[in-house]
Design a protein around this ligand. Structure first.
Ligand SMILES: [Zn+2]
Length: 318
């Protein structure tokens, strides 16, 4: 008699919520649970909340493993979160051991960008690739490396902080302390900042970009820059040209470093679609050395908001 197939659980531990899903081996999400982290006062309460969401989605199913994604420095080999989520008493806790003890199933911890990379490789835009680099352009730039079919973690599991590779040593100050990191030019936050600077320096001080933001009553964001550029706003188009240039430089560094056949781009900026991807493909093709041309594809991410859950669960897919 066939045994019921085992399910896998993915947990996305964020700064504001714990989101947990039950997946089958094909990556289909069968159940989902979510808990806010506000009000949790100790690491014990946080761990209990994680366990509760897992118990809730698991139901009667047998679980093959629990993958958990967290922002920040996650030491995958030792199963601890070094720093990351802003939760009480959290740093240095052996979360993997705690989950395994309480749930009696194998558990793995992973950085959220690495989870997204692995999720896209197993179930998303990177399916079938040999080597894939995942880049998320959101408030910052996160990335993850799948090299020759394996998630590459590095000595301390901290590999893939490509957002903090420097593209301009005289550039803007980055949160990490360096100047001109890639993410100071190509993250969503950076696009908005460059647009605001351009608008402030313009003679009229007002452009279609600022008008769109004001009409919505929200701060200028990357979305408005793309909208205004589509309406032929010159300042928006110039801003995007610079963003595309620096994004292309970042991709050039990736291509020259890792020779991937696939680069998957996620995050809010990737939702701009062809208006972003077409000029980016053109610019990157100009920047890379000749032998690399035609060796890689640049694709938008396929997994959406649940990429952290799906990618963490996919750690248990062979
Ligand atoms: Zn930096």
């Amino acid at each position: 008699m066939d045994k019921q197939p085992k399910m896998i659980v993915g947990v996305d531990l964020g700064g504001t919520k714990i989101a947990t899903g039950l997946l089958d081996a094909s990556g289909r999400m069968l159940a989902r649970s979510q808990k806010a982290t506000a009000g949790l006062k100790s690491s014990e309460e946080v761990i209990q909340a994680i366990v509760d969401t897992i118990t809730e989605v698991s139901g009667e199913y047998e679980i093959a493993g629990v993958g958990l994604a967290s922002p920040g420095a996650v030491d995958t080999r030792r199963g601890i979160i070094r720093n990351g989520v802003n939760l009480p008493g959290w740093n240095g806790i052996s979360l993997q051991a705690e989950l395994e003890k309480r749930l009696q199933v194998p558990a793995k911890l992973i950085n959220d960008a690495n989870a997204a990379a692995w999720g896209e490789y197993v179930y998303g835009a990177g399916r079938g690739a040999q080597s894939m680099v995942y880049v998320t352009l959101s408030t910052g730039i996160g990335s993850g490396l799948v090299l020759d079919g394996k998630l590459y973690l590095g000595t301390s599991s901290f590999a893939g902080e490509l957002g903090h590779t420097v593209v301009n040593p005289n550039g803007a100050l980055c949160g990490c302390g360096q100047r001109g990191c890639w993410e100071t030019y190509a993250s969503g936050t950076a696009i908005a900042r460059q647009a605001s600077e351009a608008a402030a320096a313009a003679a009229e001080g007002m452009t279609q970009m600022t008008a769109l933001a004001e009409a919505e009553g929200v701060p200028l964001s990357a979305k408005h820059v793309f909208q205004a550029a589509a309406m032929n706003d010159k300042l928006a188009q110039e801003t995007l040209e610079q963003v595309i240039h620096y994004t292309g430089l970042g991709l050039m560094n990736i291509i020259h470093s890792f020779n991937p056949d696939c680069i998957v781009i996620g995050g809010g900026v990737s939702r701009a679609g062809a208006a972003f991807f077409e000029p980016l493909r053109g610019k990157t093709g100009e920047l890379v050395m000749e032998p690399y041309r035609g060796t890689y594809a640049i694709k938008p991410a396929e997994l959406k908001d649940d990429v952290g859950i799906i990618g963490a669960a996919a750690l248990f897919v062979e």
